[in-house]
Design a protein around this ligand. Sequence first.
Ligand code: EPS
Length: 375
Amino acid sequence: MKLTTAGESHGKALLGIMEGLPSNLEININQIDEFLSLRQGGYGRGGRQKIENDKVEILSGVRNKKTLGSPLAFSIKNADYDNWQNYMAPEGCDVNKRQLTAVRPGHADLTGLKKYSQTDARNILERASARSTAVNVVAGTIARQYLKTLGVEVSGYVKSICGIKDENRYSFEQLEEAKKNKLFMLDVTAESKAVEIIDELKTVGDSAGGVIEIRVKGLKSGFGSCMQADEKLDSLLCSAVMGVQAIKGVEIGSGFCAADLRGSQVHDQIFYNGKFYRTTNNAGGIEGGMSNGEEIVLRAAMKPIPTLMKGLKTVDFVTKQPTVAASERSDVCAICAAEIVLESITAFTVAQAVSKRLGGDCMEQVIKRYGELND
Ligand code: EPS
């Protein structure tokens, strides 16, 4: 299973092509649009989301709501293109207006300009923008629908924002509640503090990041591999998660905490009562690069958005004079968007691992093969 994406943030549309989906998977377009809408929400989002109303249009690979086994192509329109076509149109446009040369620290601007031999960072930021993550949400929601037929589910919540932490542990079922809250947090006291911080950051033109926890429930053991580093499920998940804009760290299970503990405190002891089981899950559901049948637990750190309304010190790329980094509008905090994106990327990566192991031309085969696995 493979996803190819295209699209600029203020271009005509975002595009995706998903290959390797079996036939006869029922596609729920409403659910895709619901996740697209969740990605646009959350407290602390900026002006752009008032313009966009993301909806998927499936262009190929699906007939009468079922996959055909052919490449599934889709698009999401950029409503803001109406305001940008004079500066973005591939057919010809004014490239002198809307130039960006006051390169933003933390964004792709400076290195991108040098690498691609450009003088206007618009030619870099349009593709580097996190707008492209809407495509991952479409592919990830289709992956969820594939996994759901096998009884595998993905969920998550926001664990911390700008240092305000939720230290509680939650069952997979409890995570469902998070999406009803403003910042996808489950601890309401922490969430109201985080709302206050976001309000304060907005007044001073600053931004915030946080930590997201993603969980996968119901995946049988043996997905991924212990044979090659790039086939390990943890390696695949961490790589996919690190590929999302603004993600700066990932851990699986007890992650960095395990480094401070003794082996006897970390490794999940094994018991048997007709079935192997554990009473702890510090491994986060992955041992030796393979799912071990427990819940997969992954946490990711998102840095604060690099476009700051107050502007950071920088140097103009063309004049080489000191200046203030560019900003017109910005999210203060996009952690809810990132949470939905990480759930989607996780679902897609797990679906890839399932598809790699089980193959299958049609969903009937996939379901049968999954059912036959010893867990
Ligand atoms: C982004 C900058 C902002 C965000 C954008 C990501 O866009 P604009 O420059 O149009 O204000 O809103 O995110 C989205 C458009 C989105 O849909 O998530 C950036 O620089 O990465």
